[in-house]
Ligand binder design. Sequence first.
Ligand code: AMP
Length: 177
Amino acid sequence: MNNKDLESVKSIVRNIPDFPVPGIQFKDLTTAFKDPEALQIMTKAMADLYRDKGVTRVVGIEARGFIGGAILATQLGAGFVPLRKPGKLPAEVIQKSYTKEYGTDTIEIHKDAITADDVVIIHDDLLATGGTMLAAYELVKSMNPKKIYINFLCDLADLHGRDVFPPEVEITSLFTF
Ligand code: AMP
C-alpha cells in the first residue's frame, strides 16, 4: 500500500462540522468517491490487503458500507451481502441493536447469507465508536463462518473504536483521522 497516495485521498475527504448533530466532525467521503484517482487508490489499497485470504463474502453495512463493500467484493471475486436497516430485507433475517457516535440503530442480515464455509470481510466506510461494526461482527459471528476480517476506509483515532473488539479480530483501515 502506498501511504503517500492514501494521504492524498485523506486530504480530499471533506470535514463538515456539526453534522448531523452539534459536536460531530462529519467525514464526508463523497469527495473521495467522486474523484476517479482517489477511487482507484482506495480500491487497490483495500484489495491488496485481502488478495490471498480466500475471501468468499464481503458484508457491507448500510448505506455507506455498500460502496466500498461492493467494490471490494468485485476486486476479490467474492460475493456481496448487505447488512440493512430494519424492515428492508425481504427474506428471513436475524438482527441486532446497538449505539453509535450519535443515536441508536438496528441492523439485519438474511439468515442464509453466510454459511460455515465462508471467509468474510465486514466493511464500512468509517470507524467511530465501533458500535455499528461490533454489532455487525457479533451478528456475522453468530452465523459461524470460518473467519471474519473487518475493514474500514478510515477511522477516528480519538474515539478508540478498535478497543471495543476482542484483540484477536483483524481490523484494517486505509487512513486515520
Ligand atoms: P460508530 O458505530 O460510532 O463506529 O459509527 C460508525 C458509523 O456511523 C459508520 O457507518 C459511519 O458512516 C457513521 N459515522 C459515525 N461518525 C461519523 C463521522 N464523524 N463522520 C462520518 N460518518 C460517521
